[in-house]
Design a binder for this molecule. Structure first.
Ligand SMILES: [Ca+2]
Ligand SMILES: [Ca+2]
Length: 301
């Protein structure tokens, strides 16, 4: 019968299945470690009796005979980390007194007081993934509204076009595949740091002004969309700002990430006169995958 068999398997639980492979061996390599049969190093270099697997003496050049001890300098240890995600650690960290695996399995013989934190870590990760998914979902809904508004706006644009010829210029901007970035036009967003007020006016310019008086410096005027080929609308480039003393003209890269609100979240100057701005907007939100497929709850049995 199928069901009782399954129930039996489940009731045996994780540990019962785990004893079938030597310590530190990932499930994917279990078939190479067959109890009682000679073991061939995974690089094929030599074959040794099975009792030399995990005997705390390094026999294989690739370290594969000592997956559960620190005997081989190049060995790696696999933590199952049930409840969180599996990981490999260098075997030198086995029994070194420091808890590396959240399931505590790397410290089986050191006396270190490790606590199994996998379930807690897994719970936190699921929570943050869920939170991100919710932001993406709401952001994507807002994006649909932006697209609708842009469509209505476009109709108005074309009506005006015959009256105000200069609107033609606005239409020539690339406001995204569905004009979802159009709402940013003619808007400005500020971020105040301890020294400066940064101002991003999308499709127009980026500037910086000392907080306590002083003149404004241009960090670039609208250049182009500059994201990677598969995601062009994720980065904006502003160029030809005020020249740096004995240096290039200032320029700014604006990275767009999905968010419910339209805000400049940070600015930095990773290299001289080249600024980086992070900007959240619902316009870049992608349709999120369904929540069910996002749970990374792959507990290895
Ligand atoms: Ca050995
Ligand atoms: Ca350790």
């Amino acid at each position: 019968m199928y069901c009782p068999y399954l129930l039996l398997l489940l009731s045996l639980g994780v540990s019962a299945v785990e004893v079938q492979r030597p310590r530190g061996v990932p499930l994917s390599k279990r078939q190479f470690y067959e109890e009682g049969k000679p073991f061939t190093c995974l690089d094929g270099s030599r074959t040794i009796p099975f009792d030399r697997v995990n005997d705390d003496y390094c026999d294989c050049q690739d370290g594969s005979d000592e997956p559960g001890t620190a005997a081989c300098p190049n060995g790696s240890f696999h933590c199952t980390n049930a409840g969180f995600r599996p990981a490999f650690i260098p075997s030198s960290r086995i029994n070194d007194g420091i808890c590396d695996c959240c399931d505590t399995t790397d410290e089986y013989n050191s006396g270190a007081a490790c606590q199994n934190t996998c379930r807690e870590l897994g719970r936190k990760e699921r929570e943050s993934l869920q939170k991100m998914a919710e932001i993406a979902k709401e952001g994507f809904m807002l994006k649909q509204q932006l697209i609708q508004e842009a469509k209505r706006g476009m109709t108005t644009f074309f009506c005006f076009l015959f009256v105000h010829r200069n609107i033609e210029k606005e239409i020539s901007f690339d406001f995204g595949p569905s004009a979802e970035f159009g709402y940013l036009y003619n808007q400005c967003y500020e971020l105040t740091t301890s020294e400066y007020i940064y101002r991003l006016c999308p499709f127009s310019r980026v500037s910086q002004k000392p907080k306590y008086g002083g003149s404004e410096t241009s960090l670039g005027t609208w250049g182009k969309w500059a994201g990677p080929d598969d995601n062009v609308y994720s980065v904006m480039k502003y160029e030809h700002g005020t020249g740096c003393w004995q240096g290039p003209n200032r320029s700014t890269t604006v990275k767009l990430t999905c968010g419910k609100e339209t805000v400049v979240t940070s600015t930095s100057e990773p290299s001289r006169c080249e600024y980086l701005m992070e900007f959240t907007t619902p316009a870049v939100c992608q349709e999120p995958p369904s929540l069910d497929s996002m749970h990374p709850d792959h507990e290895e049995l």
